[in-house]
Design a protein around this ligand. Sequence first.
Ligand code: OOG
Length: 261
Amino acid sequence: MTGTVNPAELARRLDDARRERREVPPLTNELPALSVPDAYAIQEEGLKLRLAAGERLVGLKMGLTSEAKRRQMNLDSPVYGVLTDKMRVQADGVVSLAQGIHPKIEPEIAFRTARELKGTVTRDEALDACESVFAAMEILDSRYRDFKYFSLPDVVADNASSSLFVLGTQEHPPRAMDLTRLEMKMFVNDALAHSARSDAISGDPVLSLVQLCELLAKRGQVLPAGSIVLAGAATIAHMFQPGDRVKLVVEGLGSVAVSAA
Ligand code: OOG
């Protein structure tokens, strides 16, 4: 243990854990000085491994954009991760939980952009760049032991715990409704498990997009046209169990469901 950060080596360690479905200790156990920029460098190396394996980058996810999630994870600022084509599950699809470690599912709102967004953008500019908004869910699956990490760098390095995502089949133009006032209800096997209003996400899910552009700009990156963006969970995550059918209903956006086997 040298204490120096080798992003490619650390990314490989997390990627092996993901593919082999094994838990690893948080990186900060070994590297207490790991910084958030170091962690994004590890995340970027992790994306390179996925691209080398034939996956395609399709978008980004924001995490820790709601107070409920920040409290649940005891972390204080939003982070982002990457989404690839292989991570997408079709609506009403079945996910084999044996493919994961300790998956959790959470209710989200997603956007698809039609134009590139770069650096500091206003809410209106972000909204104008979006062609569609969807109901969505993200399946998280931290690679860390017991889904526990104690610092932001750990979660960032681990692609913000992302595993899979599912988008509703109904697409809506983002200006067709007030995106801050949509009731979101997540049902597990027909019983209401979690609910929130959409402004639980960054006060306004569009502001997650604005924040994402700022975070990307810090790394000299832009949000490409055609990106799917998950705005972050509105409520705490639900432990996904075999046999669960989870359905999210978002007022005005329709519903989306996924089952676990
Ligand atoms: C971190 C990722 C959180 C969200 O939507 O808040 C997240 C985690 O909970 O492991 O994706």
